[in-house]
Design a protein around this ligand. Structure first.
Ligand SMILES: [Cu+2]
Length: 463
């Protein structure tokens, strides 16, 4: 089997791809390339067909195709996979061609596309091409437009990619189980004219979610809403790669939501506009600036911005529990609770037990707790200033000056120019500006009775 790694080895993707096509040219089925890595792969420059600007799938890859009599032929294999969610945790999922999500499919508006879908699962499946214009019989709804694809069989889907945009693919068969197991992928139809809404960097990702008990590896597939792992392309922070862009780039980020709840996706430091939805491109006159856009279940949003300001800018879902990993569930609020007495009693029985959360929850991010095997900390990730205290749907957009056009390598942490970093106040409390008292607001405003603020000299924290 040709892996993606083999595919990129050698002089260039185009040359290797041609070799692959000639090797399997006589076979009825196109080779099903497979991927063994969860790292973000270099964009796949089209070796044939109409030109386009390829996307970068975060922690993913694009499926190579073979051209047969003017038709682009792809081969997807539905199969059990092992996906690394983040270093330290692997999940047993169902996916396509070695990974979950499956590989991104990239075609050009007007292309005739033939997709072979082989079922290596123990139950039937099908493939629905979410958002596409196609003949009804190619829509992949089990029972409605086709029988399920039985285990061991291959079905062929064929249609013309009529509309440019961002699409998704997923089964329409035993959906609750199959999507809870990670069966999904992205489909990009590029515009015929590569200059249409061209951007320098074009990222894409699917939001997905799992319910995996701490210490286990297989999702609970009957969970309806109470998922405990919120992921970007089946990766949880700090396993989600940064999006690396050059200062001055026009950047597009395409986000599809195949979880069972909505996600207000928020970006720091820049305004963006929504330029694309599932239904197509948003006309420029209908766009407005945002820093957060809510993405409902089954929706896709393409956002665009000019990367004007260098830095490590957070990019995340704004639901706080979606930037946490498992263990965050059913934890009682302990803020303000003195656990000292009960702690002494518990420690006689369980020496490792730690009381937590009496001053807030931040210490959970920094403390190395004994965790079950194959379990991610609830809040984690180390930054240049200590624990980031995040998990789940969180990553960064790293804007740097002078990056080469196709350089996506992690540049490390941002180095803040002098005078641009928040700092600890070292002066006298008496020299702090006083808050003027608002008229008529009574005791809610700062009053003369407020005890003077104690600021410790010498820069030591009190806790
Ligand atoms: Cu969310």
């Amino acid at each position: 089997m040709v892996t993606r790694r083999d595919f990129f080895r050698g002089a260039g993707a185009a040359a290797v791809s041609t070799a692959m096509v000639s090797r399997v040219g006589a076979a009825a089925l196109p080779e099903a390339a497979s991927m063994d890595s969860a790292a973000t792969q270099a964009p796949l420059a089209p070796p044939n067909g109409r030109p386009y600007n390829p996307v970068v799938t975060l922690n993913g890859w694009t499926l190579p195709w073979r051209m047969k009599a003017g038709v682009k032929e792809f081969h997807l294999v539905a199969e059990p996979v092992v996906r690394e969610i983040a270093p330290g945790m692997k999940a047993r999922l169902w996916g396509y061609n070695g990974q979950s999500p499956g590989p991104t499919i990239e075609v050009v508006e007007g292309d005739r596309v033939r997709i072979f879908v082989t079922n290596k699962l123990p139950e039937h499946t099908s493939m629905h091409w979410h958002g596409q214009r196609l003949p009804n019989g190619m829509d992949g709804v089990t029972g409605l437009t086709q029988p399920g694809i039985p285990p061991g069989k291959t079905y062929v889907y064929e249609f013309v990619a009529r509309r440019a945009g961002t699409f998704m693919y997923h089964p329409h068969a035993d959906e609750m189980m199959q999507m809870a197991m990670g069966m999904m992928g992205l489909w990009i139809t590029h515009p015929k004219d590569p200059r249409f809404m061209a951007v320098e960097r074009d990222f894409c990702m699917l939001l997905n979610a799992y319910d995996i008990e701490p210490g286990s590896a297989t999702p609970k597939v009957n969970t309806m809403l109470d998922f405990n792992l919120w992921t970007v392309n089946s990766r949880a922070f700090p396993g989600v790669d940064p999006m690396v862009v050059a200062q001055g780039d026009r950047v597009r980020i395409r986000v599809g939501n195949l979880t069972m709840t909505n996600h207000p996706i928020h970006m720091h430091g820049h305004e963006f506009t929504v330029t694309g939805t599932d239904g197509g491109w948003v006309p420029p006159t209908a766009r407005w600036p945002e820093v957060t856009t809510d993405i409902a279940v089954g929706q896709m949003r393409a956002i665009e911005f000019d990367a004007t300001d260098p830095g490590d800018w957070a990019f995340h879902c704004h639901k706080s529990h979606h930037t946490m990993n498992a263990m965050g569930h059913d934890v009682p609020t302990m803020t303000g609770v003195d656990q000292g007495e009960v702690l002494a009693k518990i420690n006689r029985l369980v020496p490792d037990y730690m009381a937590m959360g009496d001053k807030g929850m931040a210490d959970m991010a920094a403390m190395p707790m004994p965790l079950p095997e194959n379990t991610l900390p609830m809040m984690t990730g180390d930054g240049p200033f200590g624990a980031i205290g995040m998990g789940g749907m969180f990553t960064t957009v790293k804007v740097r000056k002078g990056l080469a056009r196709h350089d996506y390598r992690d540049p490390g942490w941002y180095r803040h120019p002098a005078g641009t970093l928040a700092y600890e106040y070292q002066g006298d409390a008496g020299t702090l500006p006083t808050a003027p008292q608002a008229p008529g607001t009574g005791h809610m405003a700062t009053t003369p009775e407020t005890p003077p603020l104690e600021v410790k000299k010498g820069g030591h924290h009190q806790h």
